[in-house]
Design a protein around this ligand. Sequence first.
Ligand code: MN
Ligand code: MN
Length: 314
Amino acid sequence: MILRLDRLQTELPPPSNPDPNGAAAVQELLGGKFGEMSTFMNYTYQSFNFRNRQGARPFYDLIASIAAEEFGHIELVSTAINTMLTGTADNDPTGRRGPGDGLAGVRDARNTHHYLAPGGAGAVVQDSMGHPWTGDNVFSSGDLIEDLTHNFFLETGARSGKLRVYEMVEHPAARALTGYLLVRGGVHQVAYARALENLTGANLMRLFPSPRIPTDRIPECQPHIRRGEHLKLYRFSPSDFLEIGAVFNGPHPETGEDLFVAEETHPEGALANDLPPQPSVFAPGPDPAEVREIADKLRSAAGLPRKVTGDVAN
Ligand code: MN
Ligand code: MN
């Protein structure tokens, strides 16, 4: 089972310039063939389907732990999309519905599903062309070498996709997102390569860097590299998945630094920004103030504190 924490894995900037078409491009990193839905669901199902778990424990622990991290990545990409969509259909704070206001202003947006069925100015489980993500993107053969080789390939393609989105979309939320994911995806790519090396004796280190992504020259990668996020894996559990260090070890193929398993169970992370209501799409209701009033009454009836619990960045 999964324990859920109400924090993002890394800090993302608050809404700034609304960017509906940038958000449509970022969808590739969510629901594309090489997006986070794919990495998340591939490793999740491989861990569910894993046989002889005790006989191959370090490999099971590795796949299960990376699966847990990928859940946080779909959350991050969705947050970046929601941030970029904020204000796109509500450029007029009164939510007026005249020409050029509200939904009329996004008539030419690349992905109208962000506003029409079913989107409430929110992320959709689609790629950048609006194709829905599908379970056909999941590869779980049961053969450890086959699955690990597939996962190495998937992470390689995912990093390539992140760099392309980084270059295509200048929005600060997209840049912060891709800067972080490029670093973490690099760790996963190395992790699957090391697992294959430890399983077979093949030298995969000679495949690096692939693709040739100069993360040392990408400004948004630097804070994460300085914190050592390019070298460590998390277990996302206080006491389980202890054996990942048996396969995730040795030198980083590009920097020569030692790979290691984090002592902390998960990244420190950051509080999410509380994104404002978008009245033109009734999010979170035709009258956000009324929803708030009902929530206050329910909270009081449930004996909860007057002040809202939970934390947000703003
Ligand atoms: Mn990922
Ligand atoms: Mn990954």
